[in-house]
Design a protein around this ligand. Sequence first.
Ligand code: NAG
Ligand code: NAG
Ligand code: NAG
Ligand code: NAG
Ligand code: NAG
Length: 428
Amino acid sequence: MVSLTRISFVTLLYAILMHTAGSRVLELSDRFLDIHKDGQWLVMMYAPWCAHCKRLEPIWSHVAQHLHATSIRVGRVDCTRFTSVASSFKIKGFPTILFLKGDQEYVYHGDRTRDEIVKFALRLSGPPVQEVTKPQSFDTIKRERDLYFLYVGGRSGVLWELYHKTANTFQAHAFFYQSHPSVVNKHAPVENVPALFVYKESSHYNFTGHNLSDIEKMNETLYKWVNAERFPTFPKVTRGNINQLFLTNKNLVLAVVEENQLEEVAPDMLEFKDMVESVIKSKREKYHDHFQFGWIASPDLVNSIAMMVLPLPSLIVINTTTNHHHIPEDETEKLTPYVIELFLEQIRNESAPRFGGNTWLVRSYRTWFELKSTLVSMWKGNPILMTVLVGLPVGFLSLICYGICCPDILDANDEEDENAGASHMKND
Ligand SMILES: *[C@@H]1O[C@H](CO)[C@@H](O)[C@H](O)[C@H]1NC(C)=O
Ligand SMILES: *[C@@H]1O[C@H](CO)[C@@H](O)[C@H](O)[C@H]1NC(C)=O
Ligand SMILES: *[C@@H]1O[C@H](CO)[C@@H](O)[C@H](O)[C@H]1NC(C)=O
Ligand SMILES: *[C@@H]1O[C@H](CO)[C@@H](O)[C@H](O)[C@H]1NC(C)=O
Ligand SMILES: *[C@@H]1O[C@H](CO)[C@@H](O)[C@H](O)[C@H]1NC(C)=O
């Protein structure tokens, strides 16, 4: 009897927790406020009416499926029903993705793709720096992580302390490991310990700032190095990561192309993109310190930065400190690696013409440009709807005007009388 009640209780609990059969997403209520500090949670705060939330739903199921074997619990909260949860976590928009670990709370700002969200959760679920104790583990790490930092040496000393602190700051954005020379030596002999590397695109790059005597200076150098190296050499730039790229304070060199619905780039644009990539791949040492390369398939985002409609494909360089941008004078067809290098050289010696910036005048022009683009694209997408949308308010407005004006005309006499009366009174 007891076991039967227990089974039905468990079933009931299961039914409450599980959204639908098959989905591993936990449907949470305001009871979540009592338990959110236990263990690790990846939670989506959503509202049923929000279109972005609907689009995220299938991805969220995949995320939950992917993290099922870990200790991270994946759930979601309908914030329109459980407003106390929304106000407790100070949710300002939907969907908001949170990672919760004890008292710590991280908001996800990246691309809403399965891989990126899963990586975000996995980075935060462990300690800021994960220790690698077995040489074999490197095979898995190399296979699964396209970019990671590795500190070789013991867990003490100035560089270690600074590395640990920096890893803590950037934990949501990159994977940080530590290992001993004896473990790493089987893969790559390290001459001087401690040493610090970043691995990406099957290459590794040294951190060389640790012979500085000044700790403050070393910290600053390390912080800047990690902040600049945490991106791949030629990443895809999106609305989700462009803000992070702006934090590098480098010049952002973007190949602007267009994707179709299946995220495919047309062959001619692909050729252009590969050509731009070849510049950074072949001259990394020369450009790496001042230029972050990338490609972008959201022309509207670039257009709003450039405040003009750029041809496709095209090249744009954005100074992320001042928000100025540079556009080559040559047409896209004439751009070769050599021409691009000359152009970058001019940007370095500040002889290239620059546009835009961040003054209020530029900002208000940008707002106007965005509004105009939105209206134009709405018009192109659905002229009839636009006519109705613009037409209806105009129609209503004229009705209202008519309503306001006409009675005035009819009542004009009365009012005049009253006014006349008032003025008489005054005169008296
Ligand atoms: C890293 O630094 C060490 C010593 O400073 C040097 O021997 C090695 O070649 C460097 N590796 C790379 C990839 O630059
Ligand atoms: C740092 O300095 C020590 C001693 O001065 C030297 O042996 C070592 O190679 C230097 N390391 C780097 C990375 O320059
Ligand atoms: C290191 O530098 C970063 C960024 O400049 C700063 O936020 C942090 O407080 C510094 N840490 C130490 C220990 O000086
Ligand atoms: C951005 O522009 C400013 C002002 O012209 C310049 O000082 C700075 O070096 C530029 N940034 C880069 C990364 O070149
Ligand atoms: C800047 O660099 C370009 C390309 O190398 C060169 O032609 C130009 O003379 C340079 N301008 C200045 C002011 O140094």
